[in-house]
Design a binder for this molecule. Structure first.
Ligand code: PMP
Length: 297
């Protein structure tokens, strides 16, 4: 699914067949989860494949590496250039791009300076599918920001996401919604959260969440459309009486929520601000409106 015998990936400055690429089983990333990554999408647009907000994603990769004291040996411009080459070499346009920065063999808990950079891509449908999702409030909390940098995409932190997703699926839901350590709504396992209530869009403030690039884009659109939007601490009880809710993320894009726990959203989707934002996102990513953000350097 992720590669076939022709797939080429970028590994430490070289183009290698995915089926022949190898990694060290003693990697500190494999054993202890000390690595950083990104999830990026490219879209087929009238002017060719465009990577959506490439600069923002690679700036976040640099930020994540810095938070984990990892030195990333490529500039943002170089990483963008390699990503376009990757699409071209694999003949991909609508693709999901996965850069991973992983470390060399080290079975101690001290930092290793052997840093590897892998970038690969594959075709991937919308992560949560096209149906409205049924969500449960997870019994798992998002990690405490005083324990790990939750504003960084660190591989090991996704054990929390996998636990929450597994719990939700095992209980018959499609997705989880996690609270932070203070009991406020934080985010999904791999997406940010928005609530539409009393004619206003609300989304958890930064601090206990990954600052999503899609989240920032949706806030930007909402302001442009004149929709009131507030970043605030939201209690799970406040879901009651809301008109709509949705997740945002690179993989999920904008995913409508049908219900959370026992509460079902009943407002007609077409009448919500969420619906307009959903369509704006879809149209804009595929119309190359963000071409300027992905200039090659
Ligand atoms: N939260 C988490 C935990 C995520 O993994 C993601 C996906 N990167 C997001 C939010 C959404 O971020 P973005 O919109 O930048 O993809």
């Amino acid at each position: 699914m992720y590669y076939n015998e022709h797939t080429l990936l970028f590994l430490n400055g070289k183009w290698i067949k995915a089926a022949e690429a190898a990694g060290d089983l003693f990697s500190q990333t494999l054993h202890y989860g000390n690595g950083v990554f990104e999830g990026i999408r490219s879209y087929d647009t009238p002017t060719g494949p465009q990577i959506f907000k490439a600069r923002e994603h690679y700036e976040r990769l640099h930020h994540s590496a810095k938070r984990m004291n990892i030195t990333l040996p490529y500039t943002v411009g170089e990483l963008i250039k390699v990503s376009y080459e990757l699409l071209e070499k694999n003949n991909l346009s609508n693709a999901y791009i996965r850069p991973l920065v992983y470390l060399g063999a080290n079975m101690t808990l001290t930092l290793t300076d052997e840093v590897h950079v892998l970038i690969t891509a594959w075709n991937w449908g919308r992560y949560l599918g096209d149906k409205f999702v049924r969500v449960m409030i997870s019994s798992y909390q998002r990690p405490n920001p005083h324990s790990v940098p939750v504003d960084a995409k660190v591989t090991g932190q996704y054990s929390n996401s996998i636990l929450a997703t597994t719990e939700a699926k095992s209980k018959g839901f499609d997705e989880a919604l996690l609270l932070d350590a203070e009991g406020y709504i934080a985010e999904g396992p791999g997406a940010n959260f928005f609530l539409e209530k009393n004619g206003e869009l609300q989304t958890p403030s930064l601090g206990n969440i990954l600052p999503g690039i899609t989240r920032a884009t949706i806030i930007e659109y909402a302001r442009e459309f004149g929709f009131p939007v507030k970043e605030r601490k939201i209690l799970p009880e406040e879901i009651n009486g809301a008109d709509a809710a949705f997740f945002t993320g690179t993989a999920a894009e904008v995913a409508g929520i049908k219900s959370i726990g026992g509460y079902e959203f009943t407002a007609p989707w077409e009448d919500t601000m969420a619906h307009s934002l959903f369509h704006a996102y879809r149209n804009r990513v595929t119309q190359n409106e963000y071409g300027d953000f992905s200039v090659m350097v």
